[in-house]
Design a protein around this ligand. Structure first.
Ligand code: TXA
Ligand code: MG
Length: 317
């Protein structure tokens, strides 16, 4: 069920079954993007509504061209600089991208992951004629994204085991937050989901100012107000707040912030990058301890701290 053999994952995916795979951001539940029945099963496994489109994962920048019809120059510069890496580009779709993958939209989301296992997997699948993998985060819809094979098993193990699908173990995900999603259909970049590639990175690399997200921008499922949620209630607090806590409550903050009396420390990340890396595991650990509430002191700052705050606000909603 949980395997380490990349070739076994290749065979599984090429034969139309599902396999959860590691990426540098979070684990994805992968299926051949050109196999409609496999893609349908991804929606079923996650309990995900069909109007939430999927990201197609490919091995190289060139392969992305099979799925995206055209990109503005700024987006070509961005992908050349960042891919492989934690960036998803939403561009005008080619005929390869089905309505099931895109949610019937005229655009498709594509990403070239940098995780060495994902890279090897995608390259080997290409030789077998699989031109891309859809891979939404491998969690139940609305739940916290998985950053380890054990997290995937906790959410989807029962469904995957019952259907001959697999989980490829690649250890803990390095980044720990989902990729930055950039809409690339216009003259300026629009950030649909913040991530490790920051607004400052996008502006520095492209030399173009990022545009504000407009009301007619496409839907991003992570942008539902309530998402990334553990069972425990997540409450965001400031350093030094007085907390009226119940019988069982957890606490997550940067290492230099002391634990308020009576709370169970779930994590002590030393840096903002560590905070992103540990966040989802800490939220899941709170549920494993049956905590009613998890108090979190959000990190302050731009860049990755903003991406963390985006997820925390949705978890707390
Ligand atoms: O880091 C990641 O991106 C991970 C790993 C596994 O690659 N994947 C991931 O997938 O986060 P998922 O399905 O959990 O999130 C994909 C997001 C959704 O919010 C979806 O709405 C958005 O991408 N999306 C997909 N296609 C889109 C499109 N054509 N236009 C706008 N948003 C799109
Ligand atoms: Mg997701």
């Amino acid at each position: 069920m949980i395997i380490n053999d990349i070739d076994q994952a290749v065979t599984t995916l090429a034969s139309g079954r599902l396999c959860a795979i590691p990426t540098e951001t979070v684990y994805g539940l992968a299926a051949n993007a050109l196999d409609e029945s496999a893609v349908l099963r991804v929606f079923m496994a996650k309990d995900r509504p069909k109007d939430h489109p999927l990201i197609v994962h490919v091995a190289t920048v060139q392969d992305a061209g099979n799925w995206i019809a055209e990109l503005p120059q700024w987006a070509i510069d961005l992908t050349a600089a960042v891919w492989p890496g934690p960036l998803t580009i939403v561009g005008t779709r080619t005929a390869l991208a089905s309505d099931l993958v895109t949610g019937g939209q005229g655009t498709v989301a594509v990403r070239v992951p940098s995780h060495p296992i994902a890279q090897e997997l995608l390259s080997k699948l290409k030789i077998q004629g699989v031109q891309g993998l859809v891979a939404p985060s491998a969690n139940r819809f609305g739940h916290v994204s998985p950053t380890s094979a054990a997290h995937v098993f906790a959410d989807l193990g029962e469904y995957l085991s019952a259907n001959g699908d697999l989980i490829l173990d690649g250890g803990d995900c390095q980044v720990g937050l989902e990729s930055t999603i950039v809409l690339a259909t216009g003259p300026e970049p629009v950030i649909l989901r913040p991530g490790a590639i920051t607004l400052a990175d996008v502006e520095r690399i492209t030399g173009v100012a990022v545009a504000a997200i407009s009301t007619d921008a496409p839907r991003v499922s992570g942008s539902l107000e309530s998402h990334y949620s553990p069972i425990a209630k997540v409450v965001l607090i400031e350093t030094g707040s007085t907390i009226e806590f119940g019988t069982t409550a957890g606490f997550l903050a940067l290492a230099q912030i002391p634990t308020p009396a009576g709370l169970v420390r779930l994590g002590s990340p030393a840096t903002i990058a560590d905070f992103a890396h540990e966040l989802y595991g800490c939220l899941r650990a709170g549920d494993d301890l049956y905590l009613e509430t998890i108090y979190v002191v959000p990190p302050v700052g731009q860049g990755l701290a903003q991406a963390i705050n985006d997820r925390l606000q949705r978890a707390a909603f």
